[in-house]
Design a protein around this ligand. Structure first.
Ligand code: ADP
Ligand code: MG
Length: 342
């Protein structure tokens, strides 16, 4: 996979009237990357995707493509593929005609179009459905047509806005697998909008996390999950245990547990539940807790715990601890390297 920067977002801002939908966004997208724009509803994801695609103009800043300023290029000149939220297929056209549409606009020859449509239909697993109208297809099939149509003319960049949000969980998982495969096989740059953390972690080579129109962090899934830049990212990406820090003593609040390095200005120590365990005798950190509840989950149990200061913690145990009752006094441990201040 090449790693040259293909798209550069330089100080991009977007206002709707007085409302600032996007702050001052700077990020680079490498050729062949699968970048997810992840954030809660209203955080500016669609706005940024729309600006990259050229469907709207930014209020400030510049967009570069292969080093060239494309800020004022119309969408057509950029030629990026786009899969919109919802399916947005032409209802009066068949599957084959929907996929052929962008190729006809490009005035490709009939033979070329027929070849390419056949290839795309096979790629998205819709062989035998070519003559059907969209209404005769399931949601997943319709989304495959939308994907095939967007990829038919081999765009250098594919933009996808929450393409699977209308699908049920099983189908969504299946479509995610197919999208991963497509990305791997094609090597096209994918920019993918989602509010689903698991989806972003599972699909992406890189994730850009947004909140209130501001970029919070960008990195690989491992980087943003294991080393969140701030509390928003830490809490947005999966479960997190937070323990108050006592700034004056450099200890965990209400304990004598010293931290290897407290970070100035940070109020909490964060530990992912999967990095927390019941303490063994030789663990350096031993935090006393009381068991509030135990939830049996089949392959594991989830323990809900409370510190003496009333802070709630969560951890998972692989084996069902049958001798533990709510109210039990326990100790938890973690490795200092798995904790971070936020
Ligand atoms: N055309 C528009 N006019 C006014 N406000 C808009 C428009 N489009 C989006 N917004 C606002 O900008 C913010 C970001 O929207 P959007 O980018 O669609 O968020 P997301 O895709 O992350 O859910 C929201 O508060 C939304 O209401
Ligand atoms: Mg959106």
């Amino acid at each position: 996979m090449a790693s040259t920067t293909q798209i550069e977002v330089c100080s991009i801002g977007k206002k709707y009237g007085k409302f600032k939908a996007l702050g001052d966004i700077n990020l680079g997208i490498a050729e062949g990357e699968f970048l997810s724009l992840l954030g809660p509803s209203g955080s500016g994801k669609t706005t940024l995707l729309t600006l990259i695609g050229g469907y709207d103009a930014p209020s400030s800043g510049r967009l570069l493509f292969d080093g060239q300023d494309m800020t004022n290029w119309p969408a057509k000149q950029r030629g990026f593929g786009m899969v919109f939220q919802g399916y947005a297929l032409f209802p009066h056209l068949t599957v084959a005609e929907n996929i052929a549409f962008p190729l006809k606009v490009q005035k490709r020859s009939k033979a070329q179009i027929a070849d390419r449509v056949a290839q795309m239909v096979e790629m998205v697993g819709l062989s035998g459905h070519e003559a059907k109208k969209p209404t005769a297809l399931s949601g997943g099939q319709q989304q495959r047509v939308a994907l095939a149509r967007a990829l038919a003319y081999e765009p250098k960049v594919l933009l996808l806005d929450e393409p699977f949000s209308a699908l049920d969980k099983n189908l969504r998982g299946q479509m995610q697998e197919e999208l991963r495969r497509l990305h791997r096989d094609l090597g096209t740059t994918f920019v993918f909008v989602t509010h689903d953390q698991e989806e972003a972690l599972a699909l992406s080579t890189h994730i850009a996390i947004f909140n209130h129109g501001e970029l919070q962090q960008i990195g690989t899934p491992e980087e943003v999950y294991e080393r969140p830049a701030n509390r928003f990212t830490a809490e947005f990406l999966g479960d997190i245990n937070l323990l108050s820090l006592d700034g004056s003593t450099g200890c965990l609040a209400e304990t004598a547990i010293e931290l290897p390095k407290t970070i100035a200005g940070q109020s909490h120590l964060a530990i992912r539940p999967e990095h927390m365990r019941l303490a063994a005798d030789d663990d350096a950190i031993q935090l006393p807790v009381r068991l509030r509840d135990r939830v049996y989950l089949g392959s594991k149990s989830r323990l809900l715990l409370e510190t003496s200061g009333g802070e709630e913690l969560m951890l998972y145990l692989d084996n069902d601890p049958t001798d533990m009752r709510p109210g039990s006094e326990l100790r938890v441990a973690w490795d200092a390297r798995d904790s971070f201040a936020v």
